[in-house]
Design a protein around this ligand. Structure first.
Ligand code: MN
Length: 383
């Protein structure tokens, strides 16, 4: 039998409030659907962070619901757990889907462990949605027990519940101490007090399907095969590695075999640095050939009279591929630059003013600027 493990879809993700990433998600979900069909996958595991926001917008909900119903039409089962980005209450609405389809939503950790188990043929899957600290202490009789200990105990109880099955799987959304982060995970959820020790994962499990960390990886030195599938596309520019995967699992002869399947991307996120003196076209034009979103780190001399023109050139070359222009001012000795550039700064200022306000600058402002420039030139000559 075959299973597929994915996580961290972050439907509704936006970059800098303007770039909607849903087309990247739709493209990734197309790949996932193809793998499911071609490999005859029977169960799809989605290990949390389905949505990016606690109140997902309509478009994101539509994308997810359409994906789930299509997977369902293949005759497969889908298991979803809530991640730290998801709202427990919002995910609870989706729970009722199981009455209509083979879609099983685990919205929050439950006191009754039996409610966290999914059974199908010879597989038992224990599901641990992101354990919010408040929910966890509500489950514990001993309120003094710390977060990490409580989760270790809860996982032990889950392990006990799957014993006896041929294949025992844990799906969870959490931070393991041994995990390497991608950079786009929510910072507060990476605090050491929330990091679960990898060796507290019960040895009972054959495979552990994790969500939360966006970088695909296997956690070593654990008895079960413990994997983060990672996000199916680069969530933001802090994820430098464009290699993304879904984990295909083959359950045969009592063994879980793991086959990471690389997912092509709709758009790669690329960061580029433009230094003073770089030829803007030469650096940027080759990038435009590909399907990319670009973040430009623009190092510019303070008071560079050509700043606006350069900025316009960057924006023109990259067009809607420009996700962000990050300007980093660098200090220089202004007087020398004025001489080097041999530019009439007053003329430049008039042009700039016209650009900015659509009129000529007042005469007294021009006079003031001229006085200032004369003084600078005077001081420079003295030195
Ligand atoms: Mn996430």
């Amino acid at each position: 039998m075959r299973l597929l493990h994915i996580s961290d879809l972050h439907a509704g993700k936006r970059l800098y409030d303007k770039i909607n990433r849903n087309q990247d998600l739709i493209y990734a979900l197309e790949q996932v659907k193809n793998i499911c069909k071609e490999e005859k996958v029977e169960i799809l595991l989605i290990a949390g962070d389905i949505f990016d926001k606690r109140n997902p917008d309509f478009e994101s909900q539509e994308i997810i619901l359409e994906f789930l119903t299509e997977i369902n039409s293949f005759g497969m089962h889908t298991l979803l757990i809530a991640g730290n980005h998801d709202s427990y209450d919002f995910m609870r609405i989706y729970k009722n889907l199981r009455r209509l389809a083979n879609i099983h939503v685990f919205d929050r950790p439950k006191r009754d462990i039996r409610e966290a188990i999914f059974e199908y043929k010879d597989v038992r899957i224990a599901c641990l949605p992101y354990p919010d600290e408040r929910v966890l202490t509500g489950l514990e009789e001993n309120k003094e027990r710390n977060y990490v200990e409580s989760i270790a105990r809860y996982m032990k109880a889950l392990a006990k519940e799957v014993e006896g099955a041929e294949y025992k799987i844990l799906m969870a959304h959490l931070m393991l101490d041994k995990a390497q982060i991608a950079g786009s995970e929510l910072y507060s959820s990476l605090l050491p007090k929330y990091a679960i020790r990898a060796d507290s994962i019960p040895e009972t499990f054959d495979y552990v399907a994790l969500g939360h960390i966006h970088k695909h990886q296997r956690i070593e030195e654990t008895v079960p095969k413990v994997y983060y599938s990672g996000s199916p596309y680069q969530i933001d520019f802090s994820e430098k590695n464009p290699k993304k995967f879904a984990n295909l699992l083959s359950l045969e002869n009592g063994i879980v075999k793991v086959m990471p399947m690389e997912l092509p991307l709709k758009r790669k996120l690329v960061e580029v640095e433009l230094k003073d003196g770089d030829h803007i076209e030469k650096v940027l034009e080759p990038l435009v050939q590909d399907n990319v979103l670009v973040k430009v780190w623009f190092k510019v001399r303070m008071g560079d009279p050509l700043y606006n023109l350069k900025k316009e050139r960057i924006e023109k070359i990259l067009g809607d591929k420009l996700a962000k222009l990050e300007v980093e001012p660098i200090e220089t000795k202004t007087s020398v630059d004025v001489n080097e550039e041999n530019l009439d700064l007053i003329d430049y200022y008039v042009k700039f003013y016209d650009n900015e306000y659509g009129s000529k600058p007042p005469e007294d402002l021009k006079r003031l600027l001229q006085e200032l420039l004369d003084r600078v030139a005077h001081e420079a000559n003295k030195a």
